[in-house]
Design a protein around this ligand. Structure first.
Ligand code: F6P
Length: 340
């Protein structure tokens, strides 16, 4: 049995721990593992490295991905899908473990109809995959955000300012909501609910009137202003999966808040900081369990499936269902808004 492993889309903390676990469990089964570099790109223009236990030793704590990553979509190239399938065959790969989010796993699912035998592992800081309680990388990203926001809070309080913090999450408000609740934000803005800048300013002014000279706003990069704007993007280009580059809502908000309230306002974009660095213990354990389970699924011949966390159990679910966006739990948002 020869198994390929690839990592696609945005990196996050915990990917190397998954790779390590896949390789370790493969050795238990006497299977060979090949690393495919730069996501699907490494199967269009073959780019492989052999992976044995020595190569993955001591990487559980390392951020990023030792296999590198890309946002390559084979379905955007004429003959791309067939090229991938031919290269899988030429390399003698019996199965593939695809570590990725909706885009990477979406490709694996589409290729299943051409005969690809793949198992998915849910990776994204955005936590927006269905059928799993959580994706690995999310918890570490939220903790990085909370650590940064705690620092922003002390300087914001000292200067009696409004501080606007923009966090990643694309079309999902999971990071903003968790980071907002955990850091005691006074306003949490998410893509799932349009908001009015006037309402944010009213909160800031009401707090001021109540003697609170500091306000903390946590805004998801994909948050939308009612009637005026769609999402704020840093440029108009779309990636191969049709996503724009989001960014700028924090700055826009800070400018508008300062204009309307005449209170000093600053914005901070946490951006890629959330994706980098070492995984926390929760993600190291989850990634390790998911990697082991992915290899078990391969050996059972259960393909077009994704390993997932439900409660405290690792289960497997159809990739087709998993790649549907996971809707933000509105009760979480209500909890966050209690504190505004
Ligand atoms: O999907 C993960 C993510 O970090 C999103 O939260 C963000 O919008 C996007 O990737 C950024 O992608 P890139 O690193 O390509 O700019």
């Amino acid at each position: 049995m020869k198994v390929g492993v690839l990592t696609g889309g945005g990196d996050c903390a915990g990917i190397n721990a998954v790779i390590r676990a896949v390789v370790r469990q493969a050795e238990e089964y006497g299977a060979e593992v090949v690393g495919i570099c730069r996501g699907w790109s490494g199967l269009m223009k073959p780019n492989f490295i052999p992976l044995d236990y020595d190569q993955v030793a001591d990487i559980i704590s390392l951020g990023g991905t030792m296999l590198l990553t890309s946002r390559t979509n084979p379905f955007k190239t004429d003959g791309g899908p067939q090229l991938v399938m031919n290269n899988v065959k030429k390399a003698g790969l019996d199965a593939l473990v695809a570590i990725g989010g909706e885009d990477t796993l979406g490709v694996a699912h589409k290729l299943a109809s051409l005969g690809l035998k793949a198992v998915g592992v849910p990776k994204t800081i955005d936590n927006d995959l269905s059928e799993t309680d959580v994706t690995f990388g999310f918890d570490s990203a939220v903790n990085v955000a909370v650590d940064a926001i705690d620092r922003i809070r002390t300087t914001g309080m000292s200067h009696e300012r409004v501080m606007v913090v923009e966090v990643m999450g694309r079309d999902a408000g999971w990071i903003a909501t968790h980071a907002g609740i955990a850091s005691g934000a006074h306003v949490i803005l998410v893509p799932e609910e349009e908001f009015e800048i006037e309402a944010v300013c009213d909160t800031v002014l009401a707090r001021r009137k109540a003697g609170k000279n500091f306000t903390l706003v946590v805004a998801a990069e994909g948050a939308r202003v009612k009637l005026k704007h769609g999402q704020v993007t840093s440029n108009q280009e779309l990636d191969q999966f049709g996503h724009p580059k989001l960014g700028g809502i924090g700055h826009l908000l800070a400018t508008e808040i300062e204009k309307a309230t005449h209170l000093e306002t600053r914005d901070v974009v946490l951006g890629h900081t959330l994706r980098g660095g070492s995984p926390l213990a929760f993600d190291r354990v989850l990634s390790t369990r998911l990697g082991v389970a992915a290899m078990d699924l391969v050996m059972k011949g259960r393909f077009d499936r994704m390993v997932a966390l439900r409660g405290n159990a690792i289960v497997d679910v159809g990739i087709e269902d998993a790649i549907k966006p996971k809707v933000l739990d509105s009760s979480l948002l209500s909890v966050g808004r209690l504190f505004s």
